[in-house]
Design a protein around this ligand. Structure first.
Ligand SMILES: *Cc1c(COP(=O)(O)O)cnc(C)c1O
Length: 239
């Protein structure tokens, strides 16, 4: 094995241990949580090594980096998740590789995603990004729909041809009432997910938790954790 592969294998084992311990502590089966490795700022060669090490889900947050990387890795058995703020003019490119978009947060984006999904002839999994720090009706600083807007946006996705409403996503807020209260933030997301599933039972994905807070997310009930740093290392400042 190469040195980088050894390093990634050791990091993955550490993350696996953390997820398994968090599941055990929460009384949840290990299979209830899927690891998505966030490969942003790291090269396609790392994505290839991760695939060799058994990773099946990877995520990116900037189309200009992700598109060429995904193209280089098109032969690998990977599902790509898009987790960054998404401009409508990037939608066509993103749907060229991403099976899931975790950052759906406004009606205009739903329209653009639907149009391109239909054009490409493939169904796209959509998660609504929830801004727990947004005031009623507004959007969060880093994107995301306010909790009060989830029902209406979910309806638009559910009705949109080519799109599948899969669940909710959040990033623990740095400001507002949930600043420094990650566990409470993730529990709030779970409550919102429970509400959503009353009307949309198939929307079962709960995407929450990163390197710093995956334990709290798993404790709250996250089904998908998005981990970058703990697997690939500390990123250079950009991204
Ligand atoms: C970068 C990123 C992650 C991973 O963050 P780490 O702290 O490196 O684990 C997760 N989710 C989103 C939306 C990200 O942009």
């Amino acid at each position: 094995m190469t040195q980088r592969k050894d390093e990634l294998a050791a990091n993955l084992a550490g993350v696996e241990e953390r997820i398994a311990a968090a599941c055990a502590a929460a009384g949840r089966p290990r299979e209830a949580v899927t690891l998505i490795v966030v490969t942003k700022t790291y090269p396609a060669s790392d994505v290839r090594l991760l695939a060799e090490l058994g990773v099946r889900h990877v995520a990116e947050n900037r189309d200009q980096d992700a598109a060429p990387k995904a193209a280089e890795c098109a032969d690998l058995p990977l599902t790509w998740h898009f987790v960054g703020q998404l401009q409508t003019n990037k939608v066509r490119s993103v749907l060229g590789y991403a099976g899931f978009v975790h950052s759906v947060d406004r009606a205009r984006l739903v329209t653009a995603l639907s149009r391109e999904a239909v054009r490409a002839g493939r169904e796209t999994g959509c998660l609504l990004q929830v801004a727990l720090d947004a005031d009623a009706g507004g959007r969060g600083e880093r994107g995301g729909v306010a909790p009060a807007g989830i029902g209406e946006l979910a309806g638009l996705v559910a009705e949109a041809p080519g799109l599948r409403l899969d669940g909710l996503m959040t990033v623990a807020p740095l400001s507002g009432e949930y600043a420094g209260r990650r566990q409470a933030a993730f529990e709030r997301l779970m409550d919102l997910s429970t509400d959503l599933r009353r009307a949309r039972p198939a929307a079962t994905m709960v995407s929450a938790g990163m390197t710093a807070d995956l334990e709290q997310a798993v404790a709250a009930g996250a089904t998908h954790v998005r981990v970058g740093t703990a697997v690939l290392g500390v990123r250079p400042r950009l991204g």
